[in-house]
Write a protein that binds this ligand. Structure first.
Ligand code: HEM
Length: 474
């Protein structure tokens, strides 16, 4: 058995070496107007992946990029995750990549991720189907009814969580935030209320997520295999919910995202496409949104002046609303300027999504650089967000920097851009604002020492334990 592996691995290395040589000679012999960016493709087959991953695990993941940026410039070539890659740490080049359509670039992610997401996932599809689903979801997420529902649910689940917190006990902010955000999002997607099925879904979903950046080996017992099994159970549950909706006649006024997709007149959207996309949409509920809330608490804990200003702003609104006896609306939360600046700064420093990966569909020249057909283009936002030429003292949490700055600038892209601009950006901000409001107006806290882990996804090493004390003020 061992011998078979030796032969297999040797053959793989030999083949990769030939492919790699062909690739180099193709590039040398080509006559492009723009040259290929400087850089190195590293080792045959593995390229520079090991270097990239080891730096991604450190507390300064951008070191890999910064080192090459100093040597080769803001755009350079490399070879990561099995593909020759042009890495962009240049805001304008990244913007061009984001703005391009499927004739120039299509999404390209590591194999484990594509296998788990499924071929109909919005993160992977192109052309009119992607635009159709994006448009439907985006319009629903912008609707005032959904924002009002999210506000009510978020307030309810935050209050339920908070009710169980006891003074002078540690609370794990990351766990609490995940629990709340997942319930809110699943309710908005398929109208599932908390209970047995929700708990089952959450458990399977965590199992599913654990495989997103695993080795692409699908054999019984492997990480990818277990995640695929979990996905099957999730799909089964979603199909059951879709079927029940079909049987009872889909409501004309959509209650949730599933209704929106089922109501679509184009009839392009099969049950499989709908369930794959429901799973995509659950990811921010388990990952990006709760991490945004957790990081905001982390940065505020380390910056007492920002915490004080945020608390004062939220207390003022709370007293005002208490006086008139009105509940807070989604509009109230989003209109708190300093709270929004805290969220913006958290997005800049936290880099919850470090960048996006695309494959070039043809040779593309941008700003004097060539991205050859078939290569991957990696728009790495993190280096842009932490660039000292764009942001003074970039590693300092400074929400005040946003007082007079514009978040629509191409050097700030936590939600991507172009046709694939995140349709959930308002919801993410709204959920984070509600969480912060209730937390700072009802509690004081002391945070335990904890650090941010950046790979494969951003999270807190110890799940962000804080010791809370209920405020006495009304
Ligand atoms: C802090 C929270 C969030 C961050 C940082 C974030 C970030 C991003 C980024 C960078 C993209 C672009 C991906 C690409 O260009 O390939 C994206 C796309 C997307 N996001 Fe978000 N997101 C967040 C929350 C949400 C929420 C709450 C939802 C809705 C449930 C959502 C749904 C989506 C969808 C459906 C796409 C794919 C759009 C397409 O390809 O057409 N995101 N997000």
């Amino acid at each position: 058995m061992d011998n078979i592996w030796v032969v297999f691995v040797s053959a793989a290395i030999f083949l990769s070496a030939i492919l790699y040589r062909n690739l180099r000679s193709r590039i040398r012999s080509s006559t492009y107007r723009s040259p290929l960016p400087l850089g190195t493709l590293g080792w045959p087959f593995i390229g520079e992946t090991i270097d990239f991953i080891s730096s991604a695990y450190s507390d300064r993941p951008e070191t890999f990029m910064d080192k090459r940026r100093r040597m080769y410039g803001k755009v350079f070539k490399s070879h990561i995750f099995g593909s020759p890659t042009i890495v962009s740490t240049d805001a304008e080049v990244s913007r061009f990549i984001l703005q391009s359509d499927a004739k120039s670039f299509v999404p390209s992610y590591p194999k484990s991720l594509t296998e788990l997401m499924g071929k109909s996932s919005i993160l992977l599809i192109n052309g009119c189907l992607q635009r159709r689903i994006h448009g439907l979801i985006g319009a629903f997420f912008k609707s005032p009814q959904l924002k009002a529902q999210i506000t009510r649910d978020m307030q309810k689940y935050v209050q339920e969580s908070i009710a169980n917190w006891r003074d002078d006990h540690p609370i794990y902010i990351q766990d609490e935030a995940k629990n709340i955000a997942f319930k809110v999002l699943v309710k908005a997607l398929i109208s599932l209320d908390p209970g047995g099925e929700m708990e089952f879904l959450k458990k399977q979903f965590q199992e599913f997520m654990a495989g997103l950046m695993s080795l692409p080996i699908n054999v019984p017992g492997s990480r990818l295999y277990r995640s695929l099994q979990a996905k099957k159970k999730i799909v089964k549950l979603i199909h059951k919910i879709i079927q029940a909706k079909r049987n009872s006649g889909i409501s004309r006024v959509p209650k949730d995202v599933a209704d929106v997709l089922l109501n679509d007149a184009s009839e392009q959207l099969t049950d499989d496409i709908i369930s794959d996309n429901m799973i995509d949409l659950m990811i921010p509920g388990e990952d990006s949104v709760p991490i945004l809330m957790t990081l905001a608490i982390k940065y505020l804990s380390d910056c007492p002046t920002a915490l004080q200003q945020l608390t004062e702003e939220n207390m003022k609104l709370k007293r005002l609303k208490d006086q008139v006896g009105e509940p807070l609306s989604w509009h109230d939360y989003l209109s708190l300027p300093f709270t929004q600046n805290v969220i913006t700064e958290t997005l800049r420093m936290g880099n919850i999504i470090i960048g996006v990966m695309r494959k070039a569909m043809k040779d593309i020249e941008i700003k004097g650089y060539l991205i050859p057909k078939g290569w991957c283009a990696f728009a790495y936002f993190r280096s842009v967000h932490l660039d000292e030429n764009l942001y003074d003292w970039p590693y300092q949490f400074n929400p005040w920097r946003w007082q007079d700055s514009d978040t629509s600038d191409c050097s700030f892209t936590p939600f991507g851009g172009g046709q694939r601009l995140c349709p959930g950006l308002d919801l993410a901000r709204l959920e984070a604002s509600i969480f912060l409001h209730h937390f700072v107006t009802q509690f004081r806290w002391v945070a335990e020492e904890d650090s941010i882990v950046n790979f494969p996804t951003v999270r807190m090493k110890k799940r962000m334990p804080v010791w809370v004390k209920r405020r006495r003020e009304p």
